[in-house]
Design a protein around this ligand. Structure first.
Ligand code: KG4
Ligand code: ZN
Length: 339
């Protein structure tokens, strides 16, 4: 029997993306139309503007993904789409497009959890990867440690109580007048700074606690900048970026390796936009090597939002018989769901 062709669609935030996958791991195409330059002038994503641009881009992006994959629309066997978490108006564009395509082609629809998609990006990157493993998901909207027991069973070990890691990067960058999105800017600036220059707080450091909190850290950065200015000093942005980043990286790495030990896993996978951070990647790689843990992360293109990871998650769900009906709706606050 020929392998199924899955069309993946992703519109949860500010990237309009479509991808074509053969089987569960062979990526034929992935097209991403980013709206970052549009939102940059507002310092962050404006939900209404995001929805409107998804409407403009979605069908051309799907057509391009089909063309680049060298297939015809009629070759598509199933349509996978992100239905949450994310911005409601943005999600609705993808969900509506996916439903219309599935209905008109007469093929099944698969609603995909965006966070599970981020984890599944690792299956596209590392073909031989298989569960069980521990996943550290660090994106603009979420920070979570997830124990992946098999392709359909996820245990949430802990998540953030307030800001997500990427959100903290973006907010701190904003106070330092750096452009949106702030994560890559801080990453770059931190390379020239001293990570020990300012001792920023590491929240919820107790053993056995896998929750995160980054809002106190963000306030500490703001207070530091204000107090430097009140003393008549111009704050050293590179040192602040490096010290802030060191605080985030230390907490993420510490908790990830504690969680891996408790769950008895031997593999750590990194997922989400913040996975592109060089200091985080280096710290996890070094600690994993010291402790004999296998450590994997997707290439930058698969770390940030894309439809390839959604198609991959969808293909596994379909293999487990987990389809959606045409009543599928956007769920902006969707959390991890265990089957
Ligand atoms: O996963 P993603 O593309 O979107 C969400 O699902 O949220 O993540 C975007 C987030 C943004 O907050 C961005 O600043 C952050 O990932 N990010 C980074 C880096 N590249 C992207 N954060 C730190 N260092 C980076 N190099
Ligand atoms: Zn994401």
């Amino acid at each position: 029997m020929r392998e199924k062709i899955t069309l993946g669609i992703e519109t949860s935030c500010d990237e309009t993306s479509a991808a074509v996958l053969r089987g569960a791991r062979e990526l034929l195409s992935c097209v991403i139309a980013t709206q970052i330059p549009i939102h940059r002038k507002y310092g962050g994503v404006v939900p209404e503007i995001a929805s409107r641009n998804h409407i403009l881009s979605i069908l051309p992006v799907v057509d391009q993904a089909v063309k680049e994959a060298g297939i015809k629309r009629s070759d598509i066997d199933q349509v996978a789409v992100t239905y949450g978490p994310g911005l409601v108006g943005a999600l609705l564009v993808g969900v509506s497009a996916a439903k219309s395509l599935a209905f008109s082609l007469g093929v099944p629809l698969i609603g995909v959890n965006h966070l599970e998609g981020h984890i599944f990006a690792n299956f596209l990157e590392t073909k031989e990867l298989a569960p069980p493993f521990m996943a550290l998901v660090v994106s603009g909207g979420h920070t979570a440690l997830v124990d992946v027991a098999d392709y359909e069973t996820f245990r949430l070990m802990g998540k953030t109580r307030d800001d997500a890691a990427g959100e903290a990067f973006d907010k701190v960058a904003r106070v330092m007048d750096l452009p949106y999105p702030g994560g890559p800017e801080i990453d770059k600036l931190a390379r020239e700074g001293n990570p020990h220059a300012v001792d920023f707080p590491r929240a919820l450091a107790q053993e056995g606690n896998y929750e995160f909190s980054f809002s106190g850290l963000k306030s500490a950065v703001l207070n530091h900048i204000n107090s430097e200015r009140m003393k008549g000093h111009e704050p050293n942005k590179a040192d602040i970026a490096a010290s802030f980043q060191a605080a985030v990286v230390e907490v993420l790495a510490h908790k990830a390796f504690e969680a891996i030990r408790e769950a008895g896993r031997d593999t750590l996978v990194l997922a989400g936009g913040v996975a592109a951070n060089a200091a985080l990647e280096k710290r996890l790689r070094e600690t994993a090597a010291e402790r004999g843990i296998r450590y994997l992360y997707p290439s930058p293109r698969l770390c940030t939002d894309n439809a390839a990871m959604i198609a991959c998650r969808g293909a596994y769900q379909a293999a487990a018989g987990r389809y959606s009906d045409l009543y599928l709706n956007a769920v902006p606050g969707l959390d991890f769901v265990s089957a």
